[in-house]
Design a binder for this molecule. Structure first.
Ligand code: CMP
Length: 140
């Protein structure tokens, strides 16, 4: 399996509850390296652009309002099979379905306010990383 990079977002429900360090520990304990990271406050338009694939979904307005409500931490995680590994560490989208010990099982409040986002495939990882980070910010 190859070394990969994936885009992760620690969402407003988690930054509000001061959970950045606890969530980062979950990534590092799973063997993922945080090779880039910054705390930003998205506008609703920026959140809408990032999640445009969901534009037709009934929860799109709720999702983009939430993502712009408070700061987020955007980060690039690197490691062996990082995309799948991150998805395993996050747990299922709905915390009610998330396996014990996963980030969403431990911290998420609801399917909408589910503490973290992670890329779902190599192509989206590439697009999502370049949405937030320039090559100069990826120091490895
Ligand atoms: P995420 O991995 O960030 O990708 C899209 C997000 O949409 C997802 O996590 C959820 O937070 C959100 N989402 C999915 N389904 C629903 C829903 N039924 N209601 C509100 N938000 C949702």
């Amino acid at each position: 399996m190859a070394t990969e990079r994936t885009l992760s977002i620690i969402k407003p429900d988690a930054t509000r509850r001061n959970l950045t360090g606890k969530i980062n520990a979950k990534f590092e304990d799973a063997g993922l390296r945080i090779v880039a990271q910054k705390r930003i406050h998205l506008t609703k338009a920026q959140a809408g652009e990032f999640y445009k694939v969901h534009a037709a979904r009934p929860f799109y307005d709720e999702l983009t309002t939430f993502m712009a409500s408070e700061p987020v931490v955007v980060q690039v995680l690197e490691g062996e099979s990082a995309i799948q590994k991150n998805r395993d560490v996050m747990g299922a989208t709905n915390p009610a379905d998330a396996a014990p010990g996963t980030i969403r099982a431990e911290f998420a409040e609801s399917v909408g306010e589910n503490s973290v986002h992670g890329s779902d495939a190599p192509e989206t990882a590439k697009e999502e990383i370049s949405f937030f980070f320039s090559g100069l910010e990826l120091v490895g």
